[in-house]
Design a protein around this ligand. Structure first.
Ligand code: KET
Length: 398
């Protein structure tokens, strides 16, 4: 029956985590997957999330199915987090939000919806992007192309080339954009560049599809939602999939959402109906515990400020690790410009290390990163940053 099934080589990110876990060297360093580890190298349980879970347990209650679109309170909180409380688009009922199984679930529901309702469109992702973007949209039947994004020579965004490509796209093309903390490069559009992008999206009648997996890890909750709010303010129709995996450190709970900001309330109602049907066909309804975590942490007057401080502390620890790595590498490689560790933001840095250098880091130094040269800065701590810098300097020196 299945002898013709093709071998699956494994996921490029999860495979490295498996290899790291199997490595017996005690000094190993995991800079592969996009997970925030604390100063002790542990995956934290945020006190705000723990307090929410204690309240959920104390409240008791049965465990019914949620509706296809998820929990109403969680969905309201998500809209306010993304757009800012009281945004006119929310008041006008032109925002449709569903709770999803992580933001991956949101991205996928959105992809299936779009494949049905914009069947003639192709998807355009940044070069480079999170590997799974391509897989997800191809899995939904889309042709996936890429637009220029990262300029290796300057370490910045190839913005003119990006705009030129987007200007040439057919109407209704789907443009996947990282709202903040670009994965894998750590290089984001500035607010001014977003402002310059909006007229192109509007004039070409493109559909922006934002991925917001790291809200709060760049500059702050509101700052990192700049693109979401600018698009909504401009009256552009768009999708945004957002995640709480990282911002609440609830990876395995699968907390996320998909939001469609539409032209008017009637259109939003139509989109909402078909998003619900898409969910029903895929996994029927999302998880109850995930909904309760999100609605308690975001909606509770005590827990919300706690969480915002905890998120700020994660952001600041990552920034401190960027500075330490930069300082150590600059000292070890005086002639080399490693300023990109400071200018890039969020969990990831694109180091420019080649796949061969990445293999040497793993084999000779037990330092694990993606073969693209992406490191997760949140895997660094004061106990391993020195060794990591020395290992990087050794392979960079040849
Ligand atoms: N979008 C982006 C840009 C992203 O980096 C991830 C996860 C997700 C979505 C998925 O998030 P979730 O809400 O948990 O479904 N990225 C890290 C982990 C992974 O590959 O799954 C990573 O890039 O390492």
């Amino acid at each position: 029956m299945f002898h013709h099934v093709q071998h699956y080589a494994g996921d490029p990110i999860f495979a490295i985590v498996d290899a790291f876990n199997a490595d017996l060297r005690p000094h190993k360093v995991n800079l592969s997957i996009g997970i925030y580890f604390d100063e002790q190298g542990r995956l934290p349980v945020l006190p705000s999330v723990l307090a929410a879970e204690q309240r959920i347990l104390a409240e008791g209650g049965a465990k019914p199915y949620l509706p296809m679109e998820g929990d109403a309170a969680a969905r309201r909180e998500v809209q306010a987090l993304l757009l800012g409380a009281g945004h006119p688009a929310i008041a006008a009922n032109r925002v449709a939000t569903i709770q999803t199984v992580g933001s991956s679930g949101g991205l996928k529901v959105g992809a299936d919806f779009l494949r049905t309702w914009l069947p003639g469109s192709a998807v355009w992702v940044s070069d480079p992007t999170w590997d799974n973007h391509r897989s997800m949209f191809e899995g939904s039947g889309f042709e996936v192309n890429s637009y220029p994004y990262h300029d290796m020579s300057t370490g910045g965004v190839a913005f003119d080339a990006m705009l030129t490509t987007l200007r040439g796209l057919p109407a209704c093309s789907i443009v996947l954009l990282h709202a903040c903390c670009h994965n894998p490069t750590g290089v984001d559009l500035t607010p001014a560049q977003w402002d310059a992008l909006l007229p192109v999206l509007r004039e070409r009648n493109l559909l922006p599809y934002l991925d917001l997996a790291y809200q709060g890890f760049g500059e702050g909750i509101a700052e990192d939602a700049y693109a979401v709010r600018a698009l909504a303010d401009a009256g552009i129709t768009f999708f945004v999939a957002n995640s709480f995996s990282k911002s609440m450190s609830v990876y395995g709970e699968r907390c996320g959402a998909l939001t469609a900001v539409c032209a008017d309330a009637a259109e939003a109602a139509l989109v909402m109906g078909q998003l619900r049907f898409t969910v029903r066909r895929l996994y029927s309804s999302p998880g109850l515990h995930a909904a309760k975590i999100v609605s308690h942490v975001l909606g509770d007057a005590d827990l919300r400020p706690m969480w915002e401080l905890e998120l700020a502390a994660m952001r600041e620890r990552i920034a401190a690790m960027r500075r330490m790595l930069h300082q150590r590498l600059s000292a070890l490689l005086p002639g080399r410009d490693v300023g990109y560790f400071l200018s890039q933001r969020g969990m990831f840095s694109y180091t420019g290390l080649s796949a061969t250098q990445v293999d040497r880091l793993r084999d000779e130094h037990a330092v694990y990163l993606l073969r693209s040269g992406r490191i997760c800065v949140a895997g660094l701590n004061t106990g391993n940053v020195e060794r990591t810098a020395e290992a990087m300097a050794a392979v960079l020196a040849g």
